[in-house]
Every structure is written in C-alpha cells, then in structure tokens.
Design a protein around this ligand. Structure first.
Ligand SMILES: Nc1ncnc2c1ncn2[C@@H]1O[C@H](COP(=O)(O)OP(=O)(O)OP(=O)(O)O)[C@@H](O)[C@H]1O
Length: 343
C-alpha cells in the first residue's frame, strides 16, 4: 500500500509538532523516520496509524482518503519500543490474540501461529511466557503479533531502542530480511542514524516538526541538502570563521565566505609532507578503534580537527602525538546562508 501524506500539520496546544509534512511512502518500501528527540517522528507515525488526528492536511492509504478513518480500519500493524506482550499469555497465545478477536477459525489460527513462529525463528518456544525470553526474542514476538492479522502496513516506533547494541544490530539485519520476505510497506522510527542507514530503502530526516530531506541512505550521506542533515547523519567537522578560511584559501568552497565549512573525518587525507593544497596540523591523539583509527589534530589557529584513517594508512604514516602532519580534504561542503526575503 502506498501512503501519501499531504500538508499534514499537528499542534499540541500552541506547540506545532508537525509542520506541513508532504511525504509519499511507496508500496513495499522500508522507510526510516530519522531525527533527534522531539523532532516529531512518533507524532507522524501516530498520525499515519490514526492514533492522532491531524489539524490540517490529508492522508491517503492505498489511494483512499484515510484522514478520518478509524485506527481499526487502516489495516496497520504496530510495534513499539516496549514489547507490551501479555505477560499471562504464552508466546503462542500472544501471537494468536489478534486472530482470535477477529474470530478466525481455530485451525487457521494454529497454522498461522506456526508459520509466524517459524518466521521469527522461535519455533520451539511457543509455550513459554514472555518473562522466559530475552529482550530480543520478546521484540521478535511483538513483531510476529503485529504481523498476525496480515497488515499491509507495518509501523515500528524505536522497536529496538531498549536492547543492547549487539542485539540491535542482529535484529536490524533480521528485520530487513523479514520485510523483504513479507513484502509490506514499513515505516520505522529511529534516532539512530546508523540504524536508519543499515535498514532503510529511504530515509526521511526530520527536525523540529519539518522534513529536512528525503533520500536513499547514500543520497542523504553523500549529498546532504542542509547543515542539519550533514551534521546529524554521519560524523563531521564543522569549521567556521578563521578555521574555515584556512581551507577556503586552499580552494575549498571559497564562494561561501560567511558560511561554515563541513568536512567529514573520513574525507581527510593526511600526508607526511607539505604541498600547496595542504594545511599543516599537529597530531594530538591517535585512537585505534579496532576497525579504524581516529586522529585528533590541532590546526595552526589551535582549533581541533578529527580525521578517520584505516589501520594501513596509519601504519604508512606512523603518526605520533606532537608530530606535524599535512591535511588535505578530499571533499568539503559549504551551505549558502538561508535568506529570509520579505517583499
Ligand atoms: N500528547 C502530547 N501532548 C503534548 N505534546 C506532545 C504530545 N506528544 C508529543 N508532544 C510533543 O511533540 C513533540 C514531538 O514529539 P514526538 O514524540 O513526535 O518526537 P520524536 O521525534 O518521536 O521524539 P523521541 O525520539 O524522543 O520519541 C515533542 O516536543 C513532544 O513533547
């Protein structure tokens, strides 16, 4: 089902939580709503679900105007951060619940529960109670329960937020596979940019109730349209004033004198000798993170700059704190200041 959101605005009292949202979520895609706390991600998800009403604008689901349609008639499955399984019911009973209240025949329920237990890879655990499962297993049951009624849209609000990093990572991969197998339209709320990049076909970056940018993970990372997107998605050095001018005089985006210069730590080359297009820096700290190396530098005006290198680059350079090195960005980006024009 394709979801089309047209000019949706939502206030809580005088506070504007959503500001004229326009968004199309194509059939079968897994879309992440990404943004900092309070940016309106959950409110948008709840509006799509029909758990909140809009003040303005329309929502179309599968070509039909669903703006005022009751939550029960939207054919949507929900998974929240906290598992919210029924504690007194077994896993099997939890998954069967949505089917039983719809008076689905017992034999069909039994078959469907079996199939879902297989899908979430918990075949042998159907007779356990939620308290007898790990957090990650419980969240998989919550997903199976949401899928039981065969919704055409699955909404997930920080579904892995309460789990530790390792389990989160495993569940991300698993969710992506599940989404592809079941072929639904899924919308996933997260404030974790790595999670959004790893899971989603498209990312919607939100800030203060508005959409900053919509794009594939690569588009969002490689071609951020605003300073907010550039600094929220992926690590970045933000250089202003005299620090930006150090690099602008080396030919980087010299047209944007008033703006800041954004340089990703992964886009910095370090060289042992000076060259006309390099900027000298002093190595302050080298941290081997295992899979890559973080180098903290100090520029001639004493401002810090961070670079990420591979371990083999570090070996070639053999950097030591206190030594000089020469910085050459492979890419840098400047954003023209926004002009508020009143005619
Ligand atoms: N029922 C409500 N009443 C009043 N204000 C609300 C209500 N629900 C949300 N808000 C406010 O709307 C804004 C957006 O909230 P929302 O939960 O959508 O943000 P979010 O991006 O999902 O944040 P988080 O990642 O922290 O969950 C916040 O400032 C929040 O305080």
């Amino acid at each position: 089902m394709t979801i089309v959101i047209e000019g949706v605005t939502k206030h809580f009292g005088s506070f504007r939580a959503l500001n004229e949202i326009h968004l199309t979520i194509p059939q079968g895609k897994l879309v992440a709503l990404l943004g900092p706390s309070g940016s309106g991600k959950s409110t948008l998800l709840r509006v799509i679900a029909g758990l909140e009403h809009t003040d303005q604008g329309r929502i179309h689901i599968d070509g039909r105007d669903a703006t005022t349609l009751d939550v029960r008639h939207r054919n949507i499955g929900f998974v929240f951060q906290h598992y919210a399984l029924f504690k007194h019911m077994t896993i099997r009973q939890n998954i069967a619940f949505a089917l039983q209240i719809r008076r689905v025949p017992k034999t069909v329920v039994r078959e469907r529960v079996k199939e879902l237990l297989g899908l979430i890879q918990l075949e042998g655990l159907g007779d356990r109670y939620p308290a007898q499962l790990s957090g990650g297993q419980r969240q998989r049951v919550a997903l199976a329960r949401a899928l039981a009624a065969q919704p055409q849209v699955l909404l997930l609000d920080e579904p892995f937020g309460a789990l530790d990093a390792k389990v989160r990572e495993e569940l991300r991969v698993w969710l992506r596979r599940l989404h592809d197998e079941v072929q639904m339209t899924s919308i996933f709320v997260t404030h974790d940019q790595e999670e959004a990049m790893a899971v989603a076909d498209e990312i919607v970056v939100m800030n203060q109730g508005s959409i900053e940018q919509i794009g594939t993970p690569a588009e969002i990372y490689d071609h951020p349209k605003t300073p907010f997107v550039m600094s929220f998605v992926g690590p970045v050095n933000i250089l202003s004033g005299s620090t930006a001018r150090l690099f602008q005089s080396q030919g980087w985006e010299s047209s944007s004198e008033q703006g800041s210069l954004f340089i990703r730590p992964h886009d910095i080359d370090l060289r042992p000798t000076a060259h006309p297009s390099t900027v000298a820096a002093c190595v302050r700290r080298v941290t081997d993170l295992g899979w890559e190396v973080r180098v903290e530098l100090e520029l001639p005006n004493r401002q810090p700059l961070t670079a990420f290198l591979t371990r083999s680059q570090l070996r070639d350079l053999s950097l030591q704190p206190g030594e000089a090195v020469f910085v050459k960005p492979r890419a840098a980006k400047a954003f023209l200041p926004k002009l508020d024009c009143v005619i």
